[in-house]
Design a protein around this ligand. Structure first.
Ligand SMILES: [Zn+2]
Length: 533
């Protein structure tokens, strides 16, 4: 019989995320799981490796309940169209010129993260701008919200888009006063271009994910979600399996885009187990666009345009059809919704209907930026969870002020109302769908949640601040609850020993310095998987 090896961590300041025993000083890890946790004086003398935590703060590993790891991984190969790298359209064109010279004539030029509010010219680039920098190869820039793209004339030509092309359902091809497409494609219209793009090989994408894994471990992220999974031409399940074989470490939940799913298929049961390192958690739909892109389906309309209520991108019928499929396959329904009308559509559609999953909410609303009191009440009564992103207002404050005005901005992401209303809530990053150079950093989100002050100092509404312990729980324990990843998110006996050790005490540091905290060590299953040099 093999002997059990104990790792005994002592002299720590452990925050467990477990409300029944929030703090501890020591912990015993055995076979990858927490065997015991408590006060130092209660620690019995046992054999094993003794590891001195040297008084440092320990937290459960972060769980990012909503992100796009493959987009984030691939973004590192693209032009970053966001400050401090790109501050104007002029600079953007220089980057494109340079890329064209580096890449040659047979490759698409790609960029991510532009936000017209942050560009010096105060407007979005269009096809004619991009043509000046590169006209012989297709150029595609994805807006920070990931719901809007801008392409050059070559890309429009390859996609067969001209003045006669009608808007697809749930999408808009922007046209100028002469009826010519401007290159800006909104919501479903962006698929006209993205579907003809060359697809990176599974090997390349898996390698990019492995590289990303280390960056996420350095942020203390031990579990992630992929919220934009495809089945064709690459099945993301196979892709993440391959990435894990190559060294990708995070526990992973995959959500397939509903529009990508073969409605007559069924998901193999062995891919559904939340005990596995990677499992299929649900299907993803979109009910609207974004606040920053003025495509969220809002009511009242956007500031300065009484006609613009944004863009609905789903229907009650589609939501019910997706829910039927989800029920049969034991999946979650995960719906992107920012505006009041989009959120109302979801809660009204599912109000009073009982959920079908036992280990997590059957319905999740992603972002839930402008949930009304009535929607919060209905969601709580129907067991619908919200997954929100404190980094949005922090990073995209220019767009929020421009599109909503200050008073309405202060009422978005009504965290305290959501918590008091009894809705299951979790934080996450949505990286890279935000205009921030390091979008997956949880400490930026924690700072934003406890201060409600944007990066430029704008007060985003004090009444919806939360305390730091609550904010951490939203990124650990509550993120576990909404994703259903088995036995993580709290440091309690029996759970996986996924935890992080910090260089500064995030619970004691002044709020404006929370984003200066960094991770010194990250452990998964009790194994040291990252150590800061
Ligand atoms: Zn997203």
């Amino acid at each position: 019989m093999s002997e059990e090896i104990n790792d005994i961590y002592y002299n720590g300041k452990i925050f467990t995320s477990n409300p029944e025993q929030p703090y501890a000083e020591a912990m015993v890890v055995r076979e990858g799981r927490i065997f015991w946790i408590g006060e130092q004086k209660d620690l019995k003398t046992i054999e094993g490796n003794y590891i001195d935590l040297k008084g440092r703060r320990v937290l459960p590993g972060f769980i990012d309940a909503h992100m796009h790891p493959l987009l984030l991984a691939n973004a590192s190969r693209q032009i970053a169209c966001t400050p401090p790298i790109t501050n104007s359209i002029e600079e953007l064109l220089e980057h494109i010129c340079k890329k064209r010279q580096e890449q040659g004539a047979d490759k698409w030029i790609e960029g991510w993260g532009y936000d017209e509010g942050k560009l010096l010219e105060g407007r979005s680039p269009n096809r004619w701008d991009l043509d000046k920098a590169a006209s012989d190869v297709p150029v595609i820039l994805t807006r920070t919200c990931v719901h809007i793209i801008v392409v050059n004339s070559k890309a429009l030509e390859l996609a067969g888009i001209d003045r006669n092309t009608p808007n697809p359902t749930g999408g808009e091809i922007d046209k100028d006063c002469n009826g010519e497409p401007t290159g800006i494609l909104r919501e479903n219209a962006k698929d006209l271009v993205t579907k003809i793009m060359p697809v990176p090989t599974v090997e390349d994408s898996a390698d990019n994910l492995v590289e990303l894994s280390t960056k996420l471990l350095a942020h203390g992220i031990t579990a992630i979600t992929e919220c934009m999974g495809n089945t064709e031409p690459i099945d993301y399940f196979d892709l993440y399996v391959k990435a894990q074989e190559k060294g990708f470490r995070q526990r992973t939940v995959l959500y397939y885009q509903w529009k990508e799913i073969d409605k007559n298929s069924s998901i193999p049961k062995e891919k559904l187990s939340s005990e596995k390192n990677i499992f299929i958690g649900g299907i993803k739909l979109f009910a609207d666009g974004s606040v920053s892109g003025r495509t969220a389906w809002v009511d009242p309309p956007f500031l300065g345009d009484d006609e613009n209520y944004g863009l609905p991108t789903t229907s009650e019928e589609e939501l019910l059809e997706a829910a039927e499929f989800a029920k049969e396959n034991k999946l979650q329904v995960v719906v992107h919704a920012m505006g009041e009308q989009a959120i109302d559509l979801i809660v009204d559609t599912f109000y009073g209907k009982s959920g079908w999953l036992k280990d997590r909410p059957s319905i999740r609303i992603e972002h839930a930026a402008m949930a009304t009191e009535k929607a919060i009440k209905s969601a709580a009564e129907s067991g619908i969870a919200f997954v929100t992103q404190p980094i949005f207002m922090y990073a995209e404050i220019e767009s929020y002020l421009k599109n909503l005005g200050l008073n309405r901005t202060k009422k978005t992401y009504p965290i305290q109302s959501v918590l008091k209303g009894g809705v299951q809530l979790s934080f996450s990053s949505d990286a890279p769908a935000t205009a921030w150079a390091d979008p997956s950093n949880p400490f930026v989100a924690l700072k934003s949640a406890v201060t409600r002050v944007a990066y430029d100092g704008t007060d985003c509404g004090e009444e919806h601040k939360v305390d730091i312990a609550t904010a951490i729980r939203m990124y650990t324990r509550e993120a576990q609850k909404v994703t259903g990843i088995a036995e993580v998110g709290q440091l309690v006996p029996g759970y996986h020993a996924d935890f992080i050790v910090l260089d500064k005490d995030v619970l004691e540091i002044s709020f404006d310095k929370i984003d200066e905290v960094s991770v010194e060590e990250t452990y998964i299953n009790g194994e040291l998987v990252y150590k800061k040099l």
